[in-house]
Ligand binder design. Structure first.
Ligand code: OTU
Length: 683
């Protein structure tokens, strides 16, 4: 008590009390006392918290303490010794803060002053596998100029933490959260890379695979040896009674390669929950010790300088018999708790929710205004709808699905993307498909046939992923360029089709760069990298067609980006130009300022980006984006411009081509896959 009252005095003297004091009275008296006790314990162990050491921590812990406790106790209040675990959590928070490097603490403070820093239009990301892109982490440093040349300033490193050589699910089966895969480098290489990125004003995103560990993680190994404490880190059962109860309501994620959600451990004659592959053991978040350990890991990664953590498979974090074990309310509680804890230690760190679930469920991972969860979520709905629109040449389903999507909280953003390392799930609503005039089952079948090239006239070359012959369900693999028709048209030496494929590739990028959100380009797509079929020769990978679109970067092809007129150059320079336009136009910052606009032509997507206030200096205050998803030219009336307040023939022009729009008999004319970024000349 005594220590804290001194601290209070200190805080009053420095003015910080203003921030603390208006929060403290909201506490229950018991929380107040607990906070004081916690801080005193920290002081006894680490020395006095003062202006230099701990001021920010005290302020942030005070602001979040009641909520952290409430969230923690709602999950673990009934667990044996929950108070002890809570104390441990607070200790881990302080340790995380104590170990956080000075420069990161100062970056945290700057970001706190500008909480919307991530919404800026200046951020453009790329996801890449260091081993496929540059061999290793050191090699990656030599490629940063290339990324910057394209305009990338956020690098999402695909998982690089230690995994077994086999059975690693492309990095998503971690065996040591504190070591880097030796083939890629070590922690000091990662830190050096991050320093280099920071110097260049670039950000780094990194996976936290927190739903499961590899069966080679030390916790799993100890559990397998019979250690009860570590068995309780996972969902392990001595017979099928409980697993069968779970199974009754759990869908299968990888039915082809990993049927069922439990795996047998012959060494112990027990069953372990393995929702993904048999070697990915689901962590038991009903055990508070697991939560505290994973939080410690998270803070360790944050303290290496990671700006954005991607929470892998976040909908699966909480399992409950009788439920699908996805999107459980307590999975959200866990995310809220992670978020609050991070705000105390490293508030500059942002979170991506990796939740590829029903559209209405995805938005929930962005939290609500007073209950934040993640800052960013994948716009998987938009991604799937882009491909649907290309296959059908129409945008009706896209309009219907997107207009129904609940709006996301202000301050959060989408990852807009065309491809990533995973499959494309056809995650739109059956009812919406029906309302658009198709039979849902037949429509899905059509899309699967279209993207695997079975549909007559389809130019796409993809493969099915996790095909379930009983239900007919499947997802789709294939590189963006191959799905867009580049591979087939080049094989067929069909110049006209190659032209169309290039246009589709550019259109997809125009959409993800302008729709609203943080665009994430998948490495290789910027040069039209085709499918890689080598995975078919590997017994480990042949059944996982996602390897088809995880090809090594083709640096020889990338060199051609400066050969004007080459396919590579046309794709690369178009994306580069789009990125440049995005960065210099503030309307592309994501302040929930995208509006779908009605268009009478079913092939043309129209949306606007507008600022809330008309600017006095005549600078751009609205942009109308028009995109033709058909391989035929299309027309639409000019009313669409009038409705948005554009004055016809007076300075209406296309930002992309820096020229006027094309007209035909008084209508706006759009060539196959053409897009306009329409604005008006400054008056
Ligand atoms: C994620 O994806 C990763 O992105 C995958 O590469 C991993 O294999 C997997 O987790 C396991 O770690 O099912 O088909 O809603 O869609 O977690 C991809 C989230 C997946 C799931 C997602 C998962």
């Amino acid at each position: 008590m005594q220590c804290l009252s001194k601290n209070r005095g200190y805080l009053i003297a420095t003015g910080c009390i203003l921030q603390v004091w208006h929060i403290i009275p909201m506490y229950r008296a018991s929380d107040n006392r607990l906070l004081v006790d916690s801080l005193n314990r920290i002081e006894r162990k680490y020395g006095k918290l003062n202006h230099k050491h701990g001021r920010d921590f005290i302020i942030r812990l005070s602001a979040n303490f009641s909520l952290i406790r409430e969230l923690f106790m709602s999950l673990y209040g009934k667990v044996h010794k929950s108070e002890k675990h809570f104390d441990e959590l607070i200790k881990v928070l302080y340790e995380g803060y104590h170990l956080r490097p000075k420069e990161l603490k100062s970056s945290d403070r700057n970001r706190e002053k500008d909480p919307n820093w991530l919404l800026s239009q200046k951020w453009v990301g790329m996801s890449l596998y260091p081993e496929h892109f540059s061999g290793n982490l050191k090699g990656l440093e030599n490629k940063l100029d290339y990324l910057q040349d394209l305009g990338i300033n956020l690098v999402h490193l695909m998982p690089i933490l230690k995994t077994p050589e086999l059975n690693n699910d492309g990095g998503y089966a971690v065996s040591d959260y504190r070591k880097i895969n030796p083939a890629l480098g070590d922690m000091s290489d990662l830190r050096r890379l991050i320093r280099n990125l920071r110097k260049r004003g670039m950000l780094i995103a990194f996976d936290l695979v927190l739903n499961h560990t590899s069966d080679q993680h030390k916790w799993a190994k100890k559990a397998l040896k019979g250690d009860k404490k570590y068995q309780n880190y996972y969902y392990i059962f001595h017979d099928r009674t409980i697993p069968d109860q779970y199974e009754a309501h759990m869908p299968e994620i990888f039915p082809e390669t990993a049927p069922g959600n439990f795996s047998y451990l012959p060494e112990r004659r027990k069953w372990v929950m393995t929702v993904f592959h048999h070697y990915q053991w689901d962590l038991n978040y009903r055990n508070p010790e697991v939560f505290v350990k994973i939080l410690e890991t998270l803070l360790f990664l944050a303290n290496q300088g990671i700006d954005i953590l991607r929470l892998d498979a976040v909908p699966y974090l909480w399992k409950e018999i009788g439920s699908s074990c996805q999107n459980h309310e307590k999975a959200h509680t866990l995310v809220k708790l992670i978020r609050r804890c991070t705000e105390v230690v490293s508030p500059g760190v942002k979170f991506i929710a990796e939740a590829i679930v029903a559209p209405n469920e995805v938005v929930k991972y962005l939290g609500q205004d007073d209950e934040p969860e993640c800052d960013i979520a994948y716009h998987a709905t938009l991604m799937a709808l882009i491909w649907n629109s290309l296959a059908t040449t129409k945008v009706r389903l896209l309009y219907r699905s997107l207009s129904k999507l609940p709006s996301k909280p202000f301050g959060t953003t989408w990852i807009t993307y065309g491809r990533c390392h995973d499959d494309i799930g056809l995650g739109f609503d059956d009812e919406d498909i029906y309302q658009t005039g198709y039979d849902a089952k037949m429509h899905r079948e059509f899309l699967l046939n279209y993207f695997t090239g079975k549909f007559p006239r389809s130019q796409a070359k993809g493969a099915l992923f996790m095909h379930n012959p009983i239900t007919g369900d499947a997802r789709i693999s294939g590189s963006l360029a191959s799905l867009a028709g580049l591979e087939k048209s080049m094989e067929d030496k069909n110049i006209a089709q190659t032209e169309l494929a290039i246009k589709r590739i550019i259109l997809i990028h125009a959409l993800i760069l302008s729709y609203g959100g943080l665009p994430m380009i998948y490495s290789g797509d910027e040069i039209g990298l085709l499918n890689d079929y080598q995975y078919l020769d590997s017994p480990e990978k042949e059944k996982d067609s996602r390897w088809m679109h995880r090809a090594a970067m083709d640096w020889k092809a990338a060199k051609k980006r400066s050969e004007s007129g080459s396919i590579t150059s046309r794709i690369f320079t178009a994306i580069q130009h789009l990125i440049e336009l995005r960065k210099t136009t503030e309307l592309w910052a994501d302040f929930n300022n995208t509006n779908l606009e009605y268009c009478d032509n079913p092939h043309i997507l129209v949306f606007s980006r507008s600022s809330a206030v008309e600017s006095a200096d005549g600078s751009v205050s609205r942009i109308l984006v028009m995109m033709n998803f058909d391989k035929q030219p299309q027309l639409t009336g000019q009313e669409i411009l009038l409705r948005k307040g554009f004055i016809l023939n007076e300075g209406v022009y296309d930002l992309y081509s820096e020229g006027p729009l094309n007209y035909h008999n008084g209508n706006i004319e759009m060539q196959p896959y053409q897009f306009y970024l329409i604005t008006e000349n400054p008056i």
